[in-house]
Structure formats: structure tokens, C-alpha cells
Design a protein around this ligand. Structure first.
Ligand code: SAH
Ligand code: F3S
Length: 487
């Protein structure tokens, strides 16, 4: 079952396994094939990796057979994600038989989780590199060139790659990701991310602003600030979030939190659309919502994963808020930003989940009526607190049935929310040609809902006011009436 219904790109299933390429540097002689899986952070990291390797003499290719180096940026979030990667490694193995010079490296979360076990389990892998070790790639590649296996899975206290200008891979030239934090300190009991991506640290706001200014100059018109838990952003001169207590008075007084960062971004480029993902409800404070309400270029959309509607399950997941506190947050969002869209992540079948807990999830959804949702069956991940302390005791068929009910309800709410836009005239940022018709543009409104409309004289990257006349379950259909004042 396809787990995504929304139009949000942060967990876009359609891009899974995409090969990334960039324009050729004529001096480079070696060929890199890089494939990415998982969250937006992995896709963003692959851009950093390609940038580092471009300076090492590599051009990217989409032809596996001609590659000197094959890199696969992996995801560990659910078992299925890991199985997909193992299948790809089998394919690489077949190609390696034809081209024995080809080297294979595993990057990302699976590399971090399995470390050098990878070299034993998957004989074809030459190199294993964790998410904080990409700057070591030139040295690691030298090792494998000389015939040795290479592993670096050291997690860092301060690596944010703030000083590596990412090359933009497979870009539409309009939207870009800008990473602002790495790692996560939340320790949700089901989640492998704190183990694979390490402790939380924030990137220097100045380098974030410089990247945004540069993107604007290159014609980009919308950025998404990325992090596992963006609302927890805290810059006080570098270092781990957990060490903030030890910072000096000056560092504390001049620190930058997430709402301040949002404001800095909004002011730096007043016409650039700004999105962010992901927000953990326990870390989202009122000042963030107030800043969103204050600046028009911060989009009215919040991805606010809740995982479950049951207080007992939320506690077992170590999500540090109750259902009631979540409702309070939703009420505050609706009060300050009445037309804000909200999306969820939900897990069905967490250990000990009863029918009553499941009903609590459905009733929570009924209260919020999310615009979009990303819904998953619980998948036990080795090493997590849930795996160590709790039996994966909800039978597979029960998990599947509950998930199907959650998905069906989300579909209903998604459709309801889409319909609310009909009759309005909204600003749409054009991202490209509609997949279904060459004569139509495709773009999004501030709420992140996709809209299509006849092209006329408008072009990609334009902000256009579009009268919404009709909709399908997730797409708005309209006609342009004028340029937006932001154009
Ligand atoms: N940092 C984000 C997202 C983490 S991973 C957050 O705060 O929520 C993206 C989503 O994958 C999670 O929100 C969760 O819904 C899902 N997920 C994580 N671990 C999972 C597991 N073990 N089984 C099923 N789904 C999982
Ligand atoms: Fe995972 Fe929870 Fe962090 S879902 S990424 S541990 S906020």
C-alpha cells in the first residue's frame, strides 16, 4: 500500500532511488553514480557528497554500467527501506561482475547502523560511510583505490556541512532544501534516527542566510528548512544542543532559536517562500506560530507528526506531550493562522496498541482533519528502546487493517481540505509543467496543495494569482488571473 497521500515532498515516494546528476566538469575523468533513499535530509546530503567528490575528479552519471564509483545513500527508518537497499546491492553486484573496477560505497543511516558488519554481510561493498563522515570521502576513496576496504562511521559533535556549498542535483530550479540541524535528541522509542544520525546540532545562521541569498540569486523561489526536529534549532556558536547549559552568558544572550531563525530567513529574502520540516509537537512553541503569522513569505503549512492519538501509546513512544496538549497546539495554530494546513505522520500497531488506542487515533484525526498524511505500520528497529523493552505484539493483519482505516480517514479529510480552496483566488508558485498536460503549469499554494492551470504567458518560477474553480481529491484546478505582487 502506498503510504503517502499528501503532496508534501519531504517524504516523496516517487523520488525514492532517484539517481542524481549534475552538469559535467570537463576536467573530471572519473564517473560517480549516486542513488538516494529515504528522507529529504538524505537527498540533501547526496548534494553535499556530489559537491565534495566533484573536487576529487568525479562527474556524475546515470549509467550504472559506466560508473567507477557507485554510492547508495541509505535509509533505516523501517525494515522495508533496508530491504530495498539490499536488493539494489544485488543489482550492483551483477554489474560489478561485468565491470570489476567498479567500487561500491554505502552511505547514510544503514551504513551507520551496520558499520563494518556491512563488509561481512554484503561482500560487494568496498566502503561504508556514516552521515557525519562525508568530508573524509577523499581519503576513504584513496583507501579503496589502493585495494583496502574503508569505513568511517564516526558521529560528530559539530559537523553540519555549513561550509560545503551543495551542488543542486536534478533540480527544477525553483525549490531547494536547506539543512539547518543534524541529528535528533528526542529518543522516540520506535525511532532509529538518534542512533544513525547522532546528537542534535544546529548550523550557523549566517551560513544558512548566505545559502538562501545565493539560491535567490540563482532563481530559486522556495526553500524548505530541513531537520529531524527543526523547532529545536538553537545556535549559540556551535556544538551540541545538549551542551547549551554549559555555554557562556554572552553565548546564551546572543543565541538564535528557531523562531528567530525563521524571522532572519524571512527578512533576508522577503519574496522567497519559506517552508520547514519536521516539527515535533513537544518542541513547537507559540513564538514560531507568531512568526509564521507575522511574515507573509513563511508558508502557512506545518508538518506536525503525532504518531498516535492515545495518551498511553504517546507515553510508550516517549513523545513528550499528551493528546490534550496537541489539541491546544492545533487550536493555537488555527487561532493565529486560520488558513494554515497541517499534516501528520502516524504509526499503526505500535506494541501493546489496543483497539481503544486505535479509536483514539481516529478520533484525534477527526478533530484535526489533516490536509495530508504519511502513515506507516510499525516496524521494529533493532537497538531502539521499543525493540529492547516491548514485544512487537500487534499481529501483522491487525496492523494492516488499522493502517487501512487510518489511510481511508485521511483520504476523506484530505479531500475535504482540498475542496475548501475551491472558489478562492490564491498565489501559486509555478514549479513546472503539469505531469498530465503540456498545456498546463503545476505549482503549489502556500498550504502546499498542488494546483494546475493553463500556461498562457506565465513561466516557471513566477508567482501567479490563480482562481481555483474545481478540484480532484488532491489537486486544485484553476485559471491565472494576474501576476502576484510578489512577482
Ligand atoms: N523527525 C521526524 C521524522 C522521523 S522519521 C519526527 O519528528 O517525526 C519519519 C516518520 O517515520 C516518523 O514520523 C514516523 O511516523 C515514521 N517511523 C519512524 N520510525 C518508525 C518505525 N520504527 N516504524 C514505523 N514508522 C516509523
Ligand atoms: Fe525520530 Fe522522534 Fe527524532 S521520530 S527523528 S526520534 S523526533
Amino acid at each position: 500500500m502506498k503510504p503517502t497521500l499528501g503532496t508534501e515532498k519531504v517524504l516523496d515516494e516517487t523520488v525514492q532511488g532517484t539517481t542524481l546528476t549534475l552538469s559535467e566538469n570537463s576536467k573530471n575523468t572519473r564517473k560517480l553514480y549516486i542513488e538516494s533513499y529515504g528522507c529529504a535530509m538524505n537527498f540533501s546530503d547526496s548534494e553535499i557528497v556530489a559537491s565534495i567528490l566533484e573536487k576529487e575528479g568525479f562527474n556524475t552519471t546515470q549509467e550504472l554500467a559506466e560508473a567507477d564509483l557507485v554510492l547508495v545513500n541509505t535509509c533505516s527508518i523501517r525494515e522495508k527501506a533496508e530491504l530495498t537497499v539490499r536488493k539494489r546491492l544485488e543489482k550492483f553486484n551483477a554489474v560489478k561482475k561485468i565491470n570489476p573496477k567498479m567500487k561500491v560505497g554505502v552511505l547514510g543511516c544503514m551504513a551507520e547502523r551496520l558499520k563494518d558488519k556491512f563488509l561481512d554481510e554484503e561482500k560487494i561493498v568496498d566502503m561504508v560511510v556514516g552521515p557525519d563522515a562525508y568530508k573524509d570521502l577523499p581519503h576513504l576513496i584513496q583507501e579503496i583505490d589502493e585495494g583496502r576496504n574503508a569505513v568511517n562511521v564516526i558521529l560528530s559533535k559539530d559537523e553540519t556541512y555549513g561550509d560545503v556549498a551543495p551542488v543542486r542535483l536534478n533540480t527544477n530550479g525553483v525549490n531547494a532544501f536547506v539543512s539547518i540541524t543534524r541529528g535528533c535528541d528526542n529518543m522516540c522509542t520506535f525511532c532509529v534516527v538518534p542512533f544513525t544520525r547522532g546528537r542534535e546540532r544546529s548550523r550557523n545562521p549566517q551560513s544558512i542566510i548566505e545559502e538562501i541569498n545565493d539560491l535567490w540569486d540563482k532563481g530559486f523561489r522556495e526553500i524548505t528548512l530541513l531537520g529531524q526536529n527543526v523547532d529545536s534549532y538553537l545556535w549559540y556558536g556551535g556544538g551540541l544542543k545538549k551542551d547549551f547549559e554549559k555555554a557562556s552568558e554572552i553565548q546564551k544572550a546572543t543565541s538564535v532559536n528557531f523562531s528567530k531563525l525563521l524571522e532572519l530567513c524571512a527578512l533576508a529574502q522577503p519574496k522567497m517562500r519559506i517552508r520547514f520540516s519536521t516539527s515535533n509537537p513537544q518542541d513547537m512553541t507559540l513564538d514560531v506560530i507568531e512568526t509564521m503569522a507575522q511574515y507573509e513569505n513563511i508558508c502557512n503549512y506545518i508538518h506536525l507528526p503525532v504518531q498516535s492519538g492515545s495518551n498511553r501509546i504517546l507515553k510508550a513512544m516517549n513523545r513528550l506531550h499528551t493528546r490534550e496538549e496537541y489539541f491546544e497546539l492545533i487550536d493555537n495554530i488555527r487561532k493565529l493562522i486560520p488558513d494554515c494546513s497541517i499534516s501528520q505522520d502516524m504509526i499503526s500497531g505500535f506494541p501493546t496498541e489496543t483497539e481503544e488506542d486505535h479509536q483514539d487515533t481516529l478520533s484525534l484525526m477527526e478533530y484535526v482533519k489533516y490536509d495530508y498524511g504519511f502513515m506507516f505500520a510499525y516496524s521494529e528497529r533493532p537497538g531502539t528502546m521499543a525493540a529492547r523493552k516491548l514485544d512487537d505484539d500487534v499481529p501483522e493483519d491487525v496492523k494492516k487493517r488499522r493502517l487501512a482505516e487510518v489511510i481511508a480517514l485521511q483520504r476523506k479529510h484530505g479531500h475535504y481540505r482540498t475542496q475548501q480552496h475551491v472558489g478562492k483566488t490564491q498565489e501559486i508558485l509555478i514549479e513546472g509543467t503539469s505531469k498530465k498536460s503540456d498545456a498546463h503549469w503545476m505549482g503549489r499554494n502556500s498550504q502546499n496543495t498542488v494546483a494546475v492551470f493553463p500556461k498562457e504567458h506565465y513561466k516557471k518560477g513566477d508567482f501567479v494569482m490563480v482562481k481555483i474553480n474545481d478540484c480532484t481529491s488532491a489537486t486544485l484546478i484553476g485559471e491565472a488571473v494576474a501576476y502576484s505582487k510578489n512577482n
